[in-house]
Design a protein around this ligand. Sequence first.
Ligand code: MG
Length: 202
Amino acid sequence: MNRAPLIGLDFDNTLISYDQLFFACALECGLIPASLSADKIAVRDHLRESGREDMWTRLQGEVYGARIMEAPVFAGVYEALSALQRDGFAMCLVSHKTRAPYLGKDHNLHLAARNWLEEHGFFDEQGLGWSPDQVFFESTKAEKVARITTLGCTHFVDDLPEVLETLPDMITKVLFSPTGGSDAGSDWLVLREWAQLPELLR
Ligand SMILES: [Mg+2]
């Protein structure tokens, strides 16, 4: 049986890039030295190693909530997704994130993410022309996996191996790994930059 292809997409660190924003926010708050590498993991590790895990948790609430509009879309996302839509791929977004931050100011993180998508043209008829009901924010990883399965995704793109590992075998898995790392030789395709996705799925 041939199924029409349905690509599922993760949101955080797959469509939206937070590295610069984590660095900028942490620097503004005096939490890190300016010499630190401008990426999310470097900021997290610095705070953890200096015993400030709670500051890392608060920072995530800020970045995913009040400051999300400052985070850019990854280069090449629109072009790649438009090309795939023209090739007949349907798509959906399935993300897992808590509705409210664990610490710090209350903020609806699901709504913040939807607003970011709207602001970045995902729902524009002139742009990708998505409908809001193609977008799912779930509260747990288990709910995310259940949603991906129920929707019948034929492909899934995510930056986290631990998500891909839990998906059913019949789903073609794509690990988005812009910085590389020890991700090769597994059960998935590796995507280094968005521009490569149409070619990778052909
Ligand atoms: Mg992610």
